[in-house]
Design a protein around this ligand. Structure first.
Ligand code: SAH
Ligand code: SF4
Length: 372
């Protein structure tokens, strides 16, 4: 079977090039075409001899994601809907420079990427899980979300500096959040392979500390992640500080209750330092009462974590709503009184970014209707 070039590690490609008796600099040229210039055809690789291009064509595929819809304008958050080779849809969201939501302040952009088609975890408030889980994304489908977004930026919207050097200046994405559709830690091996490529200087060149993995709380995989050499940031989708509250909205909590989740996070924190954020969506009448404050503050202090409060984004067909601004501010103030570092997302421009899965859902439903 022909495999996609972007699913190979540099070591695997080195072995192949040795077998072909190609000098090392040819591989450097190839990687430059694939990851820095992001070309989508072998024939565009003009400094590679034709004989080598023919070998590559025979051995590997070079597939790009197809952009089918885009939502949002250039200076705000933009949502991309991609079509995969089997016809399935996934989303990525591009968040502009000013807002460094995770990691350090950024002069470029944050991209939110998907890791699965659908999601099996079925959190009650989330659009991604509404129609179940279809499949894991392959490593190259995760990597391609970054490359395809940068390709789009260069061609459709014209790079702001047309004379920029290909090696670094045209790179758009320097922060990555793994918070799109799917549960990243349920697609562990493919995710790690993709992140190694996106982190490598020959690949995406994105620092590991600028990559945040978000999980609904798969405790064993959190421990496994703590053993990885790369220093990823970890975001826990907590959304409730007691088992009672969490059980109501996140079925995963029955499998890995808070005690187990907390122990795994503590292990991660001890191995990696202060790398954990607790995500807390505020949903009216579900988790926004002040009885959550004491256990939430205890947890945050124990893990040396900061808390990100996010007003819930309405999902069509679901009964949940965000609390009033007054309730949101009260919740924040109560946490701060407990000496917890907390932020409340207030910007309207971010309304579409945390609601990954919705554009896909709408498109799939429209297509199903059209087919009837
Ligand atoms: N499966 C992983 C990553 C994808 S979800 C996880 O659950 O962490 C990314 C984040 O978006 C999670 O914190 C999730 O709880 C949140 N989210 C999902 N639906 C949302 C909505 N309608 N409004 C606000 N946040 C939402
Ligand atoms: Fe899946 Fe995350 Fe949505 Fe839960 S919040 S259903 S784990 S994508």
């Amino acid at each position: 079977m022909i495999r996609e070039i972007k699913s190979f590690s540099i070591e695997e490609l080195q072995t192949q090039f040795k077998e072909w008796e190609q000098p090392a600099y040819r591989l450097t040229q190839l990687l430059d075409w694939v990851y820095k210039r992001r070309v989508t055809s072998w024939d565009a690789m003009t400094n590679l001899p034709k004989a080598l291009r023919d070998l590559l064509k025979e051995k590997f595929s070079l597939v790009a994601l197809e952009l089918v819809r885009k939502q949002g304008s250039r200076d705000t958050t933009q949502k991309f809907l991609w079509k995969l080779s089997d016809g399935a849809f996934i989303e990525s969201v591009l968040i502009p420079a000013t807002a460094a939501l995770y990691g350090e302040a950024s002069d470029r952009h944050t991209l939110c990427v998907s890791t699965q088609v659908g999601c099996a975890y079925g959190c009650k408030f989330c659009a991604s899980g509404l129609e179940g889980w279809k499949r894991n994304l392959r490593p190259e489908e995760i990597v391609e979300q970054v490359l395809a977004t940068e390709r789009w930026n260069e061609t459709e919207a014209k790079s702001p500096n047309p004379n920029a050097k290909a090696d670094s200046d045209t790179r758009l994405v320097n922060n990555l959040v793994i918070m799109g559709m799917g549960e990243p830690l349920a697609n562990y091996d493919n995710l790690m392979k993709a992140l190694k490529t996106l982190n490598a200087p020959w690949g995406g060149g994105i620092g590991a500390r600028k990559i945040t993995i978000s999980t609904s709380g798969l405790a064993p995989q959190i421990k496994k992640l703590a053993e990885e050499p790369l220093q990823f940031r970890l975001a826990i989708s907590l959304h409730g500080a007691t088992d009672d509250t969490r059980n109501k909205i996140m079925p995963v909590n029955k499998k890995f209750p808070l005690r187990e989740l907390t122990a795994a996070c503590e292990y991660y924190q001890e191995k990696k330092g202060r790398m954990i954020t607790l995500e807390y969506i505020l949903i009216a009448g579900v988790n926004d009462r002040l009885d959550q404050i004491t256990p939430l503050a205890q947890l945050a202090r124990r893990l040396h974590a900061k808390v990100n409060l996010i007003p819930y984004n309405k999902v069509e067909d679901l009964p949940w709503a965000r609390p009033t601004e007054e309730v949101q501010e009260k919740f924040l103030a109560a946490l701060e009184r407990e000496k917890v570092t907390a932020t409340l997302r207030r910007e309207k421009g971010h309304d579409i970014d945390a609601a990954c899965g919705q554009l896909r859902l709408k498109t799939e439903r429209a297509l199903t209707k059209a087919a009837k």
